[in-house]
Design a binder for this molecule. Structure first.
Ligand code: PLP
Length: 456
């Protein structure tokens, strides 16, 4: 075989340190603000919900942070993950582009999410935490945290967005298999959940509502802390093992990406994949970095950069980020993990600086791309990941039009084995496209009008 289909690193090549982009960002980053005083939050404000080690990582400006041995030992179950060359897709498209994808679907829960779940549960366990609450959209994050909870002996309670709870019953079974408790959100278990249910009994739920419930639960018990699967700096940090591996794998392939692509919900897989390359871009290397989101929840493409809450009830600090307003409930698209009103402050900043280019697609064109990918490369991707596949195909076709041999790499953040009802809906012609009208965006953004404005 002249050229390999996949590049596999030995276990000894699992990255030993996380890359912290905060060390290299141009200009100062804005602090999160306390929800009551609107002053910058300090470590003590966050200590009721997070262990100190994670709070320190949240604000750290060290370029590299060592990964503890106990975490590396668990990551070695599935890491390093393979980097594939998509020859069959290239051939089907007739493109001169070289397409690569990093496959994160081979972790026990089936996505990139355990890269941070394992780290977060480890640090909680070290500080004596017995129970952790969280939210989940698609169910990928809830299953990742359930898996990590079982590894380190910490009890997990998951508030699962109701529409996903109903659309994806086997994700719930998976969390049960790892011993976690799962309830649909909004739930009767919290004061906020009861309030939302009373006002709107048919609500599909949202990540923002589920986060509010999980935080309320955590602060009401001494033995419990809260864990977030995306958005925050420390979560993005833990995901950088992905991009650090890709860096080495591209070197072995003897190529360097001209275009990097990832889908964005809160931003963790995109960040993990792209930050180690953005380090090179900040240092002057030429490349295009594309963050892909749904037209139904166009946070980066249509939302302003503003201070807003990370959850719906206003329990979190105010974060400087692109947002559609924290009370916005996105339409019921199948990419549950992309139904979030905000996006990570670090990614928001990179978009503002022009280092990352956002792009939005509709649900149907995204599934067209996922099905072409399944029929060429074989892998059936998660609906979230399918957004990155669509952008990759568009970029490869553009390279064909221009007659350029571009190198395009995307992050295959998770498999879609628990999302087959979404594929069925596509095959049966039942998938709807939602493009959020400007009027609705304006209405949703009214909630942020009175908050402090970030200076940019
Ligand atoms: C497979 C997959 N990809 C992407 C995402 C989006 O999250 P993030 O933007 O944090 O990577 C999710 C979230 O649930 C997911 O399950």
């Amino acid at each position: 075989m002249a050229e390999p289909t996949k590049i596999v690193l030995p276990e000894s090549e699992i990255p030993k340190q996380w890359y912290n982009i905060q060390a290299d960002l141009p200009g100062p980053t804005l602090p999160p603000l306390h929800p009551a005083t609107k002053n910058p939050v300090g470590p003590e404000d966050l200590s009721p919900i997070f262990p100190m080690a994670l709070i320190q990582q949240e604000v750290s400006t060290e370029r590299f942070i060592p990964i503890p041995e106990e975490i590396l030992d668990v990551l070695s179950l599935w890491r390093p993950t393979p980097l594939f060359r998509a020859r069959r897709l290239e051939k089907a498209l007739g493109t001169p582009a070289h397409i690569y994808y990093k496959y994160e679907g081979n972790s026990p829960p089936g996505s990139h999410k355990p890269n941070t779940a394992v780290a977060q549960v480890y640090y909680n366990m070290k500080e004596g935490v017995k129970r952790i609450t969280t939210e989940t959209g698609a169910g990928q994050w809830g299953s990742a945290l359930s898996f990590a909870g079982k590894v380190f002996g910490v009890e997990i309670k998951v508030y699962m967005v109701r529409v996903s709870f109903e659309q994806k019953p086997y994700r719930k079974s998976m969390m049960h298999a790892w011993g976690a408790t799962v309830v649909p959100s909004p739930s009767p278990d919290t004061e906020y959940g009861r309030k939302v249910l009373a006002e709107n009994p048919d609500t599909p739920g949202s990540l923002g509502i589920a986060i509010s419930e999980a935080i309320e639960d955590a602060v009401s018990r001494e033995d419990t802390k809260y864990s977030l699967g995306s958005v925050l700096n420390h979560v993005l940090l833990h995901q950088t093992v992905i991009g650090e591996e890709v860096h080495k794998q591209m070197e072995i392939a003897g190529e360097y990406p001209d275009v990097l692509i990832g889908c964005v919900g809160g931003g963790s897989n995109f960040a993990g994949f792209a930050f180690p390359f953005l380090r090179d871009k900040i240092a002057g290397k030429e490349m295009k970095v594309i963050a892909v989101e749904p037209k139904a929840c166009p946070t980066l493409t249509k939302g302003p950069f503003a201070y807003d809450f990370g959850d719906t009830s206003g329990l979190t600090p105010l974060l400087p980020m692109h947002t559609l307003g924290h009370t916005f409930v996105p339409p019921k698209i199948h990419a549950g993990g992309l139904r979030y009103h905000g996006v990570a402050p670090l990614i928001s900043k990179l978009v503002l600086e022009g280092l990352v280019e956002p792009r939005a697609y509709g649900q149907r064109e995204v599934f067209d791309a996922a099905v072409l990918f399944a029929r060429t490369e074989g892998f059936i991707v998660a609906p979230e990941t399918a957004h990155a596949v669509k952008a990759t195909i568009d970029e490869a076709l553009k390279a064909k039009e221009e007659g350029k041999k571009k190198v395009i790499a995307f992050n295959l953040s998770g498999h879609g084995h628990f999302d087959m009802s979404a594929y069925d809906a596509y095959f049966n012609g039942q998938l709807e496209d939602y493009e959020l009208p400007e009027e609705e965006i304006k209405k949703a953004l009214k909630v942020v009008e009175d908050y402090p404005k970030p200076e940019v």
